[in-house]
Design a protein around this ligand. Structure first.
Ligand code: PKZ
Ligand code: FAD
Length: 638
């Protein structure tokens, strides 16, 4: 069956041609794809720069990912180190600098397939927490790769086999008094011969689900002396006489995490979902299976409503979170400017939003990639589809940089505090002022079209977020008043606290998407299609969490039917633009590295050709050793 379909699909696939089933999808786009790409990039000039970077990287054979799916962990590591070293040369050759406009596109162009990712986190720690003197000393060394940095915060640090230095987060004690967690630069290996420094035990932790190109390690320090000036001291300092001096909040020492949580959303989390959507949607218009209408040819699987319901909400989420990321970046830039001026007022809000959104976006995008994988049936399970490695990689983002439950509880802690403050009439940060506006009304929607009004659905999301926060705050207070110890009471509320934190982020994501759409240009059909996606994102959230919206009668069962009707209508509308919407992400075939998702849609030809390259198609010693004797034995009996 598979072979038959393959031969069917190959007919007429001249070089450079596009599979007609995919080509036809592009002829009916309701908007200008190039304009949407430019919008996502932040302008046509940015698109030009990004494409130039991608072109320079992809045309260099050292950066090739062609054999990636056939490599062992060691081979991937070695290739990634080679790429990291070559990248330095390439940057020099191309005139790209750390502060230049090209820099932010390099990592995306490499598809993250390069060693020393934590070197960037090491550098970020020094630049946000180090004094000017420390920055002047360490950053040039790190930029030129004269040392290899890592980041050791979790108990069993993560320094592997490459790093020569690390930023260790450890408790600071002076004369027996603990001053809490502080960051220290520690040299762990000789720059001469890479041997471990005295007192250091370190190594690689072994095989993992993904990240074979990155070495993750363990680290033990025994009687290691760290010079006083190696404690990062932009905000906290130990003077030679042992006096401890701090400016502002002690929590500033956690700031690297905040910056990394926001930085990783784009490349590590959104990009995998956008790629997965591109692969699964292109494949879904090439793959024909079963008959939709009797007597007609087999239908494209994307024409099935259930397939649309798998993929299109993921596409809408990719756009929604793309705009959320812009919102977070803007908030971060503002907050960071204030912190540079030693004003820490925005820190709690920044922490709450970066933690909550890191958790919600990674959770949503990871689930989305898995849905895309499964939506491609058996071929999705093949590494050659590109989907399994996207999945195993993005899954880690739910854990690293703060496991998601922990992060949602950090957000909830902030929400409860703000709810209490708002209830007492005290001022609260802008993102939570809505908590003061507890309304007990009902959803005013009268028909399904009303649910395409952002005012209606934003208010519904707001209502749920306020209800979950206020009810949990009340439960917490009741427990404490009834004599339960504060920490026990907190633990008894954590499931609901997590729900409240998620609802808060979901509300902000929907509101931000609607506000973004409002500001978009109306020309070239962009605003219209983005409005459809925004509606779909919002209604999908209601449709899949009906209990939360029905719970206190804010939304009625009849209104839920209206939501369902509008939601399903939208699937059919967006279906028509599904391929142009993923084309606008502008991933090259090399960056997708997928036999299913290429621009030309010649799926079966690629699957067949790529399978030929697999080492599993070479004669295995297992034949000589085991199969041959077994089969020869049979032969003698026939
Ligand atoms: C850079 C460019 C490149 C990037 C792109 C590279 C790509 C690269 C690919 C990925 C590759 C993998 C990279 C993985 C790298 C790791 O995974 S590194 C390890 C990261 N580890 C974590 O994130 C740990 C998660 N846990 C937490 O964040 C916990 O909140 C903490 C910080 C451990 C504290 O926990 P705790 O003991 O409950 O808290 P405690 O000390 O009592 O403090 C709580 C107070 O601190 C506040 N607080 C906690 N955290 C913060 C914060 N961050 N800010 C402000 N306040 C805070 C709380 O709000 C609370 O305040 P109050 O309510 O008391 O006022
Ligand atoms: C690919 C990868 C790269 C990494 N790189 C680095 C690195 O470079 N440097 C570094 O320092 N670390 C790194 N880490 C470690 C990572 O940051 C931690 O794994 C992560 O912060 C979670 O901590 P943990 O593993 O101790 O999980 P745990 O804290 O043990 O969590 C296990 C479970 O317990 C639950 N749990 C724990 N505490 C609570 C609580 N208070 N309330 C409710 N539930 C709780 C969690 O929700 C989770 O379900 C990396 C991890 C991965 C996967």
């Amino acid at each position: 069956m598979a072979l038959l379909e393959a031969s069917k699909s190959w007919q007429g696939s001249a070089p450079g041609s596009v599979n007609p089933d995919l080509a036809s999808e592009r002829q009916t786009a309701s908007f200008c794809v190039e304009r949407l790409t430019a919008l996502l990039d932040g302008g046509a000039e940015q698109t030009r720069i990004r494409r130039a970077v991608v072109d320079a990287i992809e045309s260099d054979p050292v950066f090739s990912r062609e054999n990636q799916y056939f490599q062992t962990q060691n081979e991937r590591y070695e290739a990634a180190v080679r790429k990291a070293v070559h990248l330095q040369k390439k940057m020099h050759e191309m005139g790209w600098t750390e502060n230049g406009p090209e820099y932010k596109y390099i990592y995306r162009a490499l598809s993250g397939d390069v060693a020393f990712l934590l070197h960037r986190v090491f550098m970020r720690s020094i630049s946000v927490l180090g004094s000017d003197k420390q920055i002047a000393k360490w950053i040039p060394l790190a930029t030129q790769h004269k040392l290899i940095g890592s980041y050791a915060q979790t108990e069993l640090g993560h320094v592997g086999r490459s790093a020569t230095h690390t930023v260790v987060f450890a408790q600071l004690y002076i004369h027996g008094k603990c001053y809490g967690i502080h960051p220290f630069i520690v040299q762990i290996r000789s720059l001469q011969d890479h041997s471990l420094c005295p007192g250091i035990t370190a190594g690689d932790i072994g095989p993992k689900m993904n990240f074979e190109h990155i070495d993750n390690g363990y680290l033990l320090l025994r009687n290691v002396r760290v010079p006083r000036e190696n404690m990062l001291s932009k905000f906290c300092e130990v003077r030679p006489d042992g006096t401890y001096v701090r400016q502002g909040s002690q929590k500033i020492n956690y700031f690297t995490m905040t910056t990394v949580r926001i930085s990783l959303i784009s490349d590590e989390v959104l990009t995998p979902l956008m790629k997965a959507c591109t692969i699964a949607i292109r494949y879904s218009v090439v793959r024909r299976q079963s008959k939709l209408k009797p007597g007609e040819q087999e239908a494209k699987i994307l024409d099935y409503q259930t397939q649309q319901e798998k993929l299109l909400p993921q596409l809408a989420a990719a756009y929604a979170f793309y705009f959320t990321n812009d919102y977070l970046q803007e908030l971060f830039n503002r907050g960071y400017r204030e912190i540079q001026r030693k004003n820490f007022d925005m820190l709690p809000e920044l922490h709450a939003l970066s933690s909550g959104f890191k958790a919600v976006i990674t959770q949503h995008c990871t689930a989305g990639v898995e849905i895309c994988l499964r939506a491609c049936g058996g071929h999705g399970y093949s590494l050659l589809s590109g989907l399994p490695s996207l999945y195993t990689k993005i899954l880690a983002s739910c854990i690293y940089e703060g496991e998601n439950t922990i992060l949602l509880l950090q957000t909830a802690r902030f929400l409860i505090k703000c709810f209490m403050a708002a209830s007492a009439g005290q001022p609260v940060p802008p993102s939570v002022t809505y908590l003061a506006a507890v309304k007990h009304g009902k959803c005013p929607a009268k028909n399904k079209l009303d649910f395409l009004s952002p005012d209606i659905y934003i208010e519904a999301y707001q209502h749920v977020a306020v209800r979950l926060t206020s009810n949990t705050a009340a439960k917490l207070q009741d427990l404490i008043q009834s004599g339960v110890k504060k920490h026990d009471a907190w633990n008894q509320c954590t499931v609901q606290l997590v729900q409240a934190a998620k609802a808060h982020c979901h509300y902000i994501a929907v509101k931000n998407f609607a506000e973004t759409v409002e500001k978009l240009e109306t020309k070239a059909g962009i605003q219209k299609i983005m409005k459809h996606l925004c509606d779909l994102f919002a209604l999908h959230g209601i449709f899949s969490n009906t209990g939360a919206f029905l719970h206190d009668g804010y939304t009625s069962a009849a209104q839920m039917d209206m939501v369902t009707a509008s939601y399903l209508d939208l699937l059919a509308v967006i279906r028509k633009d599904a391929v142009p919407l993923v084309d606008a992400f502008d991933f090259t075939d090399k960056s997708l590295n997928s036999a299913l998702g290429s621009y030309d849609g010649h799926v079966y030809q690629r699957l067949y050709e790529w399978a030929q390259r697999s080492p599993t198609n070479q004669m295995s010693p297992a034949y000589e050793r085991y199969l041959k004797p077994l089969l020869h034995n049979t032969l003698s009996k026939l």
